[in-house]
Design a binder for this molecule. Structure first.
Ligand code: DGJ
Length: 719
């Protein structure tokens, strides 16, 4: 709900208030962001102005004022939200309020980029137009607030109202000026096979931190999701503010703590390598950034974001539909397969209850390794003599759905398509382009290249009964020809992805980028699940899935049981541990099932039965992290149904210890007045007992031991 009271705008979500006001000089200042306030007279807003050390038209300085969209070159000397070379060649800018508009139930208008949609929720959008009369441009800052969420989605549009060109050097999507407090910054950093590690540091006066990525996609190294937490905020307590950028290109989250300890947090396109020229009348849209607030700690942020992303971000009809349990041939065969081998895997998988067979890399051109054929999307008849259509039919005849891997954005130099169109790759004129994984990137800023990628994929998808697509992208972006190219490429990527996913609405799409190198809300708007990491070791996955779940729903986290010794780190874990960790995710297998022993196959069959029961819960439940593997020898999490009548709990002890303490894990989210039965052991518990006294997981005396519990509401007598 948006309340406009004189010069004050009050945005109210479910439990959150966000207040800003236009001062006497026309500046749009920020007043409050936090726990929901009633709509009152706002006398205190005026009082707050006077506290800021001499507010008044004659002697004010914006350097001490919290602002909504700060400029540079006037009186605020902190990092600005934007920087523009204006029609006169100058960079000084001052934005003042011009007008505003409140619209009911309409999503933000962000040309060419994904954003939250309204659906059946009640939402309002506030667009405030700020103008720089002198420099000749307008900035429209937009806020969408939903009655039933604690999120506020923001975006920015810049319009050139002058008669000359202007150049945008930087444009952040969200700015949050927060008063002094003991904040901690939490962000997610890593690399290939170790994506989204969780890092936390105290915010000290004077620091300026740029959490940014310029690798092309949103990246393995830094995720476009951050949190600003009150000191010591944990999973269940403390105030936490988060920002999620709905964007898959180079991004930046900038934090600056000024001389008074006030904090400015901004998120948007990475200004490094960015520049955008606007001719007379043209406009530029910055991507959407979703702010979320919780006074119930990090867990509160997660559950809110999970709901928002599951219900108002991803357009796929699969978002809230049970996903098929798959088997993928990549770690089973890599490039070394033929039809017979694949069919034997599919048959054995079907026997155990698998529902979807995914043919990964290596099915096209002459591709027997990474060095050739990328971009030549014709089936390799030596490996698949039946062709894709015929092979899909064979898989369907076994009783499985059929899925296929693509990497639509790349080509190998050794490919027909590259030989035909060497100028189609991302390159800088006069410089030998760099290969990565023997690949070049296709230049998706060009319409004819996008058209090629779309046609190549769509032709295959219409040629056979393909019900799932894994969309991979395996290299960073180099050889960038000009500033702003990465953003233009990202728009091309969205155009291609939008066309293909909307042309095949029944296909389940899974995002991937050398593992989890493009795990972001932009991709999630089109594809409901993403391959989380190439690191499939169950122990490393405890960390990766734990931290990924902070910002993204469990229903987006693809998790496979793979062979041991693990192919990435050589670790040996039991089949049970591998499955127990994968249940809280989109469950599947990626190993040569034909090599499993009879007893292992029996175990796989049981695991699949378990997951089939659990998966509706995994799609729609509330996720609680109970033990942090980054901090201790344990990892535990649980998924609780919205009505609290069902819960799945996974507890893990990482290293075995002799003579160690009795471990108790206190559950969360259950109804203290309900009784529960553990379907695996038939033990009966009171909800209060599980919440306040906890459970004692039964760990084996070996490393990486896991214990799972499946609680259902129990109406019988208790003991
Ligand atoms: C990287 C992906 O993360 C893997 O799962 C696999 O699809 C390979 N690419 C194939 O080249």
């Amino acid at each position: 709900m948006i309340i406009k009271n004189k010069n004050i705008f009050h945005l109210q979500g479910k439990h959150v208030s966000y207040i800003m006001a236009v001062n006497e000089c026309g500046d749009l200042l920020h007043y409050y962001y936090g726990k929901k306030l009633r709509d009152r007279s706002y006398e205190w807003v005026k009082q707050k102005w006077s506290v800021w050390n001499g507010y008044g038209p004659d002697k004010w300085t914006l350097d001490i004022c919290p602002q909504e969209y700060p400029a540079y070159g006037y009186t605020d000397l902190r990092t600005p939200a934007y920087s523009i070379v204006n029609k006169n060649g100058g960079t000084v800018s001052r934005l003042t309020y011009k007008s505003h508009r409140i619209t009911e139930n309409s999503a933000q208008e962000i040309d060419g980029m994904p954003c939250l949609f309204v659906g059946d929720k009640h939402a309002q959008t506030l667009d405030i137009t700020l103008e720089d009369q002198n420099a000749g441009f307008e900035v429209i800052v937009s806020y969408t607030v939903f009655d039933e969420y604690d999120v506020i989605a923001r975006s920015v549009k810049i319009v050139n109202t002058s008669d000359k060109e202007i150049t945008i050097d930087s444009v952040y999507s969200t700015v949050l000026d927060m008063p002094k407090d003991n904040y901690e910054l939490i962000y997610f950093s890593g690399g290939w096979a170790k994506e989204r590690g969780m890092y936390r540091s105290a915010v000290k006066q004077g620091v300026k931190i740029d959490i940014s990525n310029a690798r092309g996609g949103s990246g393995h190294n830094i995720n476009p999701f951050v949190m600003l937490a009150s000191e010591g905020a944990d999973e269940t307590s403390g105030e936490v503010y988060s920002m999620t950028l709905v964007y898959s290109g180079n991004h930046s989250t900038m934090l600056e703590c000024d001389q008074f300890g006030n904090v400015r947090l901004m998120q948007g396109i990475n200004p490094f390598g960015f520049e955008w020229t606007l001719k007379k009348g043209e406009c530029f849209y910055a991507p959407q950034s979703i702010m979320c607030y919780s006074d119930k700690g990090i867990g509160g942020i997660s559950r809110e974001l999970h709901d928002v992303m599951r219900q108002n971000l991803c357009r796929s009809k699969w978002t809230n539909t049970e996903r098929p349990i798959l088997i993928n041939n990549w770690e089973a065969t890599y490039f070394d397969f033929d039809e017979e081998k694949l069919l034997s895997i599919a048959e054995e998988a079907k026997n155990q209850g698998v529902e979807l067979f995914v043919l990964d890399d290596g099915w096209f051109g002459d591709r027997n390794d990474e060095e050739t054929s990328m971009g030549d999307w014709n089936v390799n008849l030596k490996k698949i003599p039946s062709g894709i259509d015929g092979f899909a039919k064979k898989i369907n005849n076994i009783g499985l759905k059929f899925g296929l891997w693509f990497e639509p954005e790349s080509v190998n130099p050794d490919s027909d398509i590259y030989r035909k169109h060497p100028d189609w790759i991302v390159h800088s004129p006069g410089i030998e382009p760099t290969q990565s994984r023997f690949e070049y990137l296709l230049d998706l800023t060009r319409d004819e290249v996008c058209e090629y990628a779309v046609n190549a994929v769509c032709n295959i998808l219409s040629s056979a009964n393909i019900e799932y697509v894994k969309w991979d992208m395996n290299r960073p972006m180099t050889d960038i020809p000009y500033k702003g190219f990465n953003h233009k490429f990202t728009l091309g990527f969205y155009k291609v992805m939008d066309f293909i996913t909307s042309s095949f609405p029944d296909i389940l799409f899974e995002g991937c980028s050398g593992g989890g190198g493009r795990f972001d809300a932009g991709v999630l708007a089109y594809m409901p699940q993403i391959w989380t990491s190439d690191n499939s070791d169950a122990v490393k996955r405890m960390e990766i899935q734990y931290s990924t779940s902070i910002g993204y729903p469990v229903s987006s986290i693809s998790a496979h049981v793979t062979a041991v010794p693990n192919h990435q780190n050589g670790r040996m874990t039991s089949l049970k541990t591998r499955a127990d960790v994968a249940y809280c995710g989109i469950f599947g297998y990626e190993l040569d099932i034909t090599k499993m022993s009879k007893s292992e196959l029996e175990e796989v069959k049981k695991q699949i039965e378990i997951d089939k029961k659990l998966r509706p819960l995994m799609l729609n439940g509330d996720f609680y992290r109970l033990e942090n593997p980054y901090k201790s020898n344990y990892c535990a999490w649980s998924m609780v149904s919205k009505d609290k009548s069902e819960a799945f709990v996974m507890c893990a002890k990482i290293l075995s210890e002799a003579n160690c303490e009795e471990k108790r894990v206190k559950l969360q989210g259950l109804d203290p007045n309900m009784d529960y039965i553990d379907e695996y052991t038939s033990n009966v518990y009171g909800g209060d007992e599980l919440l306040y006294n906890g459970i004692k997981p039964e760990f084996g005396l070996y490393d990486f031991s896991t214990h799972i519990i499946y609680l259902k509401k129990y109406n019988g007598e208790i003991r």
